[in-house]
Design a protein around this ligand. Sequence first.
Ligand code: C2O
Ligand code: CU
Length: 486
Amino acid sequence: MATRRRVLAAGIATGSAALTGASLTPLLSARAAEAADSPATGTTPLAIELFKVPMPLIPVARPVSTAGGVDTYEVTTRKVTKEIVPGVQTELFTYDGQFPGATIKARRNRPVRVVQRNGLDVPISRHLHGASVPQNSDGGPMDTIDPGGERVYFYPNKQSHASLWYHDHAHHQESENVYRGLQGSYLIRDSTEDALPLPKGKYDVLIQLRDADFDATGRLLYAMSDRNRNTILANGVPYPYFEVAARKYRLRFANTSNMRFFELSLADGGDMIQIGSDGGLLPSPNTTKSVYLSSGERADVVIDFSRYPVGTQLVLKNTAGRGPVEQVGQVMRFDVTHTADDPSSVPSVLRTLPPLPTPTGSRTVVMRMDEDGRPDPQAFLDEKLYDPARIDAGVRHGASEVWTVTNTNVKAAHNFHMHLVQFRVIERNGNAPGPAESGLKDTVVLQPGETVRLQATFDTYAGDFVYHCHMLDHSAMGMMATMRIR
Ligand code: C2O
Ligand code: CU
C-alpha cells in the first residue's frame, strides 16, 4: 500500500475514472515533467479499438551454437514494416525483424555470447539492463556499433535468477532507437527459482508494456518528450486480450516505455501477488491491489484466475501517467476461457537475500531537470550534463556504498538506474521501503521531491559504468554520469 499512497500523494487522479472509462478528464494534467515537454506533435492520432487483437507471446531466441557450454546468438538490427495496429503498416527498428526482440533464456553460470550486427543506418549499442557484465560487454553509451558493423558481447550470467531486458544505449540515439523497437527480454534462471512450485511453462508469461504515438497512417512518431504517446502496447500490439485458464499465472511485467509510468490493477479490484522485481524474486510474496512500474522496472506478479467463472473478461487498468483515460487507463484484457489443473502455489518464503554488508562509504546524487517550460530543457545529475570524458564517481572495487539519491524537481518525476549492480533500497523518504522494493533492484522511482537511499556492493567487475535516469528522454538530455570502479 505504500506505493499507492505515494502515487496518490503525488497528485494522480484516483482509479474511479479509469473504471468507467467514460471520462474525458486526463488521468494526469500537470506533472511528470510536463512543463519541460516539447509541444504535442499535433497530428491526428490513430483511432484504435480496445481488445480486438490477441496478445502475442514473445518468441524465445534460439542459439546458433551451444559449443563449449556457451550459448551463442547472432542478431542483426534492421528496419522492418509490420502490422502491429490492425489494418495499418508501421516501420520499426528491430532485432531480427521481431518486435519486441526475441527473449533470451539463460541459466546462471552458463555464459551467453551475442554476435550483434548493425543493419540500421544509425549507431547502436546493445545494453543488458540489470546484468553484471564486464565493461566491454556492457553496451555503454559511447561503445557503439556503426552501421554495417559487428560486435561480440559476452555475458557470464554469474548473478542469480532475474528478469532482465536488453535495449539500445547509443548516446543521443538510445531514446529514439528504443522507442522505435530496439528492446527485448533476457531471463536468467537458477536452481533457487526452479525449486519453487510457482506457475511454470505456458503459465509463466512475459508481458512487455510500453506506449507509442502513431499518426493516422500508422507511422510511429518520435519527438523528444512527446506528450502524445498515448497508445499502450502489450508485447508489441495495442490493448490486446489474452485468453487464460481459470488457474494461477505468473506474469512477468516489464515497463519498456521511454517515459511512461504504469500503476497496474485489476478492474474488479482483485488481488495480485507480487513475487518478484528487477533482480528476481522478492524474499516473500506481497499481496497487493496494484503494482507500480516506472520506465525500465519489472514486476513478477501471480494472478489467480480460478476465482473467476469461465467467461469472465477482466481488464488490466492503469492509473498512473498522463493522457486521456480512454487511451491510457486500460492496458489489456484477460479473458477467462477455460479451466485447467493447477498444481502451482506461491510459497510464503521465496528466497533468502544475503544480509547487507556494513557500508564502506556513502555519496549523494541530485537529480534535476529544467521544468520551467523553456523550449530546450536540459536534465542534470549533480547539476552536470553527461560528459563521457568525465569520471563522476570513483568507487573502490569491493566497496559497499550507500547512495542517497534526491529528486529536487517539483513537477518532474525521475528514476535512478545503475549499470552493473543490483542494489537494495534501504530507505524511501526516511521510511523503510515498501514490500515491492524489498528485493534486488536496478531501477528505482523518485517522484518529485523524493529521496531514496540505496546500498550497492561493487565486488564483481571493475571498469567504467554509467548511472542515469531511465526516462530515456531525460538521459538523452544529459541526466547520466559515469562511475569508475577499481
Ligand atoms: Cu536500461 Cu543504462 O539502461
Ligand atoms: Cu528523469
